[in-house]
Design a protein. Structure first.
Length: 624
């Protein structure tokens, strides 16, 4: 059967009729030789419509001279050649969810007359692998009247659901040639800072999907220190391979396809293609499966990472097109957004640079630029990450979203954006919103700790914590409030609490311990210091929630405050402690410094100098 079907490219392509529609294999799996022969014979064809999922090169059939012969329709725009063809009207872009393309073909809503694909040589049973481009190739083969396959020994044999039988193909054209390749994108320090911020949101044992772009690549590279990650994705790249090779990926904790990387296609280099070849660790499936939101949602802790161009104050996310220019496409973004939103502890993460490419404008904007493509609605958006930090918009009001986004906007635009938000009525005039314009949120201070099997996050306070701080204080007993404020207090008004988040990470610092998912977490401890002058002592106060006492949390928060004060050059700390509060005295002792105190009207004014560290701290009291 194999021999009968073996023909030359020209013989096979000679069957293509005028006015027909031809599907061409995707991305790096494009059957280049068949395409080149097709273009060579262009004069023979009229109004042949070419359909592909994505093309990473300019294959020639979009050139102006061939416009009466070929017309290209693409589901995704990748690479300069394809982009320019779309911008100049030589090719057309069809917006569609990746998971919907198979149905479009299956149900013949877009009829395909011919499919040009590329496969590995047939095995002894007549099976050929679709290799690195499984994506929608099976559906195209089933839907097409005539299937022409370039048989290329360079095409890896991939496991999973990647095989078709020679019986499904009409013509086999033998041609060995190197596959198309896409290298790793060059990453800047800002890309990596964003990647590191994404890594803060990823727990060990999570399952990862990363979309196209520099920032998802940077994020993958920054996940190397994690443990037992899983991969369930549509696209495998050399960055994914780098992560796999680091040892961070075991797939052990996946709920389905345990111990397997699952993907649909590869956009990488020969190194990746050699890795996936007959590798039982990796399985490739059609996008109808990998991008099915129901399948995605079956993974707990599913993480999906994407790159955006703009995010507006209300949480609308622009990706794929900007000012009426298509840059990419919808691809798998919405499929994975739907899937992760239903995954237990799943996170949908949108990354973006805080500035536009030319550095002239903020990418966090009052409203999306007209003509830009919306990818995530306000209701669907969750995590947004820039080089200045991360935030979770899900379940937040428009007001709180605005504040949260301003926290991670570029500092040079924060004031301007704040004024604009007030003008637009998103924030009230005169509201106590205090962005740390004096300092940039130090993401590197975020620290995960475990107490009583609970994951807690220690971090500096943010303006969006205002409400949680109020809730924290309202949850303390009258006695604790008295110890913390040295007076009774009935209310904790926003105006007063605003001072606690108005920090500069130097003279004014607040550290929180939080439990729960970032963004919908609860404060379980709060400590801060205020320093009046560079030479003076930093005055400290602290409170730990009743359910989290005696876990070393007070100590952990004080350690961060002590260390920050020490690094900022303050000589030591002081604290006002009620005479009846031995717990606080014990806690301070635990910090390991000699202590001096003046007892005045039932309150110790405790002083600690950082240079007086001691294994057996003294506590010398004088009376006022
Ligand atoms: C004082 C307070 C902050 C301690 O927080 P905490 O998280 O329970 O303290 P830690 O678990 O970190 O304890 C560290 C050390 O402090 C001492 N300590 C804390 N609570 C203690 C208690 N109830 N009895 C005796 N020692 C205690 C111990 O030396 C302890 O070390 P250990 O557990 O190894 O013996 C907490 O009780 C609190 O919030 N109280 C109300 C508010 C307040 O008093 N604030 C101080 C105003 S400045």
């Amino acid at each position: 059967m194999v021999e009968e079907k073996r023909v030359s490219a020209d013989e096979a392509l000679g069957r293509i009729k005028k006015g027909s529609r031809v599907f061409i294999g995707s991305g790096c799996g494009e059957p280049q030789y068949l395409v080149e022969r097709l273009v060579k014979q262009a004069e023979r064809f009229f109004d042949v419509e070419i359909i592909h999922v994505l093309s990473i090169r300019d294959p020639g059939y979009t050139s102006t001279g061939l416009s009466g012969h070929f017309r290209v329709q693409t589901f995704f725009v990748a690479g300069r050649g394809a982009r320019e063809a779309v911008w100049e009207g030589r090719a057309e872009y069809i917006p569609i969810f990746m998971s919907d393309i198979p149905r479009l073909l299956n149900e013949r809503r877009l009829e395909i007359d011919y499919a040009l694909i590329q496969v590995s040589p047939p095995d002894k049973n007549g099976y050929m692998s679709l290799g690195i481009a499984v994506d929608v190739a099976k559906e195209a083969v089933e839907a097409a009247g005539v299937v022409i396959a370039q048989v290329n020994p360079a095409m890896p044999t991939t496991l999973g659901d990647s095989f078709i039988h020679v019986g499904e193909v009409d013509f086999l054209v033998d041609k060995e040639e190197p596959l198309l390749e896409v290298g790793k994108p060059p990453l800047t320090e800002t890309d990596l800072a964003i990647g590191r911020n994404v890594a803060r949101l990823v727990e060990d044992g999570a399952t990862i999907h990363a979309g196209l772009g520099h920032l998802p690549s940077a994020a993958l590279i920054c996940l190397k220190d994690k443990k037992d990650l899983g991969i369930h994705t549509d696209m495998l790249t050399d960055s994914t391979l780098e992560l796999i090779r680091s040892g961070a990926v075991t797939n052990q904790k996946k709920e389905i396809h345990r111990k397997k990387v699952v993907a649909s296609y590869c956009l990488g280099t020969r190194e990746l293609y050699d890795f996936v070849h007959l590798n039982p660790f990796v399985e490739l499936y059609p996008v109808a499966y990998t991008n099915d939101p129901n399948v995605i949602s079956r993974h707990e802790r599913m993480i999906s990472i994407h790159e955006a161009m703009e995010v507006d104050f209300t949480g609308l996310v622009c990706a794929s097109s900007y000012r009426n220019r298509i840059y990419t496409g919808i691809g798998g973004l919405v499929d994975y957004m739907r899937g992760t939103s239903r995954s237990s502890q799943g996170k949908f993460i949108v990354t973006l640079h805080s500035l536009t490419e030319d550095g002239q404008c903020s990418s966090i904007v009052p409203g999306i630029t007209p003509g830009s493509g919306l990818m995530a609605s306000r209701a669907a958006v969750q995590y947004v990450v820039t080089e200045f930090g991360w935030t979770n918009l899900h379940g937040k009001s428009l007001r709180d979203r605005t504040i949260a986004l301003l926290e991670i906007a570029h500092p040079k635009f924060r004031q301007e954006l704040l004024s604009r938000a007030q003008l637009d009525g998103l924030l009230a005039h005169g509201e106590p919103i205090t962005f740390s314009t004096a300092g940039i949120y130090p993401t590197e201070m975020e620290k995960k700790i475990i107490r009583r099997d609970q994951n807690l996050l220690l971090r500096p306070a943010k303006p969006t914590d205002l409400r949680s701080i109020q809730e924290f204080f309202y949850g303390l007993s009258d006695q604790d409030i008295y110890y913390r404020f040295l007076r009774s207090k009935q209310a904790f008004p926003r105006e007063e609490m605003a001072a606690i988040v108005d920090i500069d990470y130097h003279y004014r610092m607040t550290v929180l311990a939080l439990s729960g998912e970032p963004g919908s977490d609860k404060i379980v401890a709060l400590g801060r210091y205020i320093a009046e002058s560079a030479e003076g002592l930093a005055e400290i106060d602290i409170a730990v929630g009743q359910d989290h006492r005696r876990l070393g949390l007070g100590q952990a928060v004080l350690e961060v405050l002590f260390e920050t004060a020490r690094v900022k050059g303050f000589p030591g700390i002081k604290a006002l402690v009620d005479y009846d509060n031995p717990r606080m005295i014990m806690l301070l002792k635990k910090m390991g410094y000699n202590m001096r105190a003046i007892l005045d009207h039932g309150v110790y004014e405790v002083e600690i100098l950082f240079e007086e560290k001691s294994a057996e701290p003294s506590f010398v009291v004088t009376y006022a």
